[in-house]
Design a protein around this ligand. Structure first.
Ligand code: FE2
Length: 164
């Protein structure tokens, strides 16, 4: 989480975001996986019905967002970014796209290292293009491995390629 947070903080600074927004971006990176170690079925029970159908490894984002809402956080952009960081969503904008990408590109990851380095070098200036490439790679992986595509992911793809 520290790696994702520091990446998001660096990008926010590069984009000349305000001090408050830079803190929001860093905080989102710190918080997004806060419940990843909790048992998925315990998390599932605390989610709105529409999100309970997600597979076990995608429940922690929505669960963190629910917890933050209960704590009084009303920042819809931050909550949406956390909720959909694993699966994507058409509503994800700057922060949501940055978290989705940072989660994939954080330096500690050991998959596709050189490709990730090249994508990181293009951030944050090419946020939309880099996010599009990551979504394409993840959809391709799902298709090649016979895995389900989620409507949220397809909606995210459509939003990106339609320039939304
Ligand atoms: Fe996560």
């Amino acid at each position: 989480m520290a790696g994702v947070s520091s990446l998001l903080g660096d990008w926010a600074v590069s984009l000349h975001l305000s001090a408050i927004d830079t803190a929001r971006w860093r905080a989102t990176g710190y918080l997004h996986d806060a419940l990843r170690e909790n048992h998925p079925e315990t998390l599932r029970l605390k989610l709105p019905s529409g999100l309970r159908i997600l597979p076990p490894d995608m429940l922690h984002g929505p669960a963190v967002a629910e917890r933050l809402r209960l704590e009084g956080i009303l920042d819809d952009e931050l909550l949406g970014a956390v909720t959909y960081h694993s699966i994507g969503h058409e509503s994800l904008n700057g922060l949501g796209r940055a978290l989705y990408s940072a989660d994939f590109l954080e330096p500690g990851r050991m998959i596709k290292v050189e490709w990730c380095e090249r994508l990181r070098a293009r951030m944050p200036e090419e946020l939309n293009d880099v996010t599009t490439e990551i979504v394409a790679a993840r959809i391709t992986y799902s298709i090649e491995h016979g895995l389900q595509l989620f409507p949220e992911t397809v909606g995210f793809w459509d939003a990106l390629v339609n320039g939304l």
